[in-house]
Design a protein around this ligand. Structure first.
Ligand SMILES: C[S@@+](CC[C@H](N)C(=O)[O-])C[C@H]1O[C@@H](n2cnc3c(N)ncnc32)[C@H](O)[C@@H]1O
Length: 276
């Protein structure tokens, strides 16, 4: 299955290409320190062979390369334009440390049993066939190798202050919309079963909190960029009252010193058994 079979294509990003790249950048940088802490806790070490799947424009790849200088990092994505972005930014890195693979997570073309550690960040929520993807990653992991999925679950999206009472309803509607396209914005909760069904053992799971008082408001400004929501309003997916509340929330997040926000990411880890 070489096809994309997912709901993420940057060409359809509601923000437009460049603003979407910027959104991915601040979103990656905001959580990185904590995510890396957890990755190390799950066993990621310098010198390991690491596969990053759905690496996109390479902001996480860059952090991996900087933090794991003795590792061989493989950045895999289906999108050649995003891979080119990453290649251009990371062209100083020798090919012995970093290589790029254009392929689908469903059929990577990579050899069996070849990676110590695999990371998929904000990819699984977009996949039409997450179990197939988890099995393919299992195939390319060495026995004893680990997969960490970093993703979201809109049931525990987070919070903003001042409160927006229609936020849960907007979140539900956008999640339903994504589900109608084959994605799953509630994927966080199902990750342990997904990993178990795909053969992984020694499952673990944590939540990582990003808070504007700790990490700055920039990432949240991008999340609440009104341009992300206009198309949903225009297409009747959210109603006028909901759109007006988002407008107010966006205004607060951008301009009110009283405003703050909090967002939760889920990290789930599973191991390919040593003997199977
Ligand atoms: C939301 S972006 C996340 C990028 C990056 N992991 C991050 O955290 O900033 C999702 C990425 O998954 C890639 N993607 C979507 N479907 C894919 C597939 N079937 N196989 C591999 N990558 C895919 C997209 O091209 C995009 O780069």
């Amino acid at each position: 299955m070489k096809e994309r079979n997912s709901t993420y294509n940057i060409r359809h990003a509601t923000l437009g290409y460049q603003a979407e790249i910027e959104r991915l950048k601040v979103q990656a940088m905001m959580g990185w320190e904590k995510e890396f802490r957890h990755l190390q806790w799950y066993g990621l070490q310098n010198g390991m062979s690491v596969l990053e799947i759905g690496s996109g424009p390479g902001f996480i790849t860059e952090q991996l390369v900087n933090n794991l200088p003795q590792s061989e990092i493989t950045a895999l994505d289906i999108d050649s334009t995003l891979l080119d972005e990453a290649k251009a930014r990371l062209d100083r890195i020798p090919s012995s440390n970093l290589r790029f693979v254009q392929s689908s997570v469903y059929d990577t073309g990579l050899p069996d049993d070849s990676f110590d550690f695999a990371i998929a960040r904000l990819l699984f929520l977009h996949l039409h066939h997450p179990a197939e993807a988890a099995r393919e990653i299992y195939r390319v992991l060495k026995p004893g190798g680990k997969l960490v999925i970093i993703d979201l679950d809109d049931g525990i999206f987070g919070a903003i202050s001042p409160n927006m009472n229609l936020l849960p309803s907007v979140i539900n509607k956008l999640a339903d919309h994504q589900a109608s396209k084959g994605g799953n914005r509630y994927i966080g909760r199902s990750l342990p079963r997904l990993l178990a069904k795909s053969g992984y053992i020694d499952l673990d799971m944590d939540a990582v909190i990003q808070h504007s008082d700790l990490h700055g408001m920039e990432g949240f400004k991008r999340q609440f960029d009104l341009n992300r929501f206009k198309v949903f309003y225009k297409n009747g997916i959210i109603n006028e009252e909901e759109f007006e509340q988002i407008q107010q929330a966006s205004e607060n997040i951008n301009h009110s010193p009283e405003a703050y926000a909090m967002m939760t990411f889920v990290m789930a880890c599973g191991k390919k058994p040593e003997h199977f």
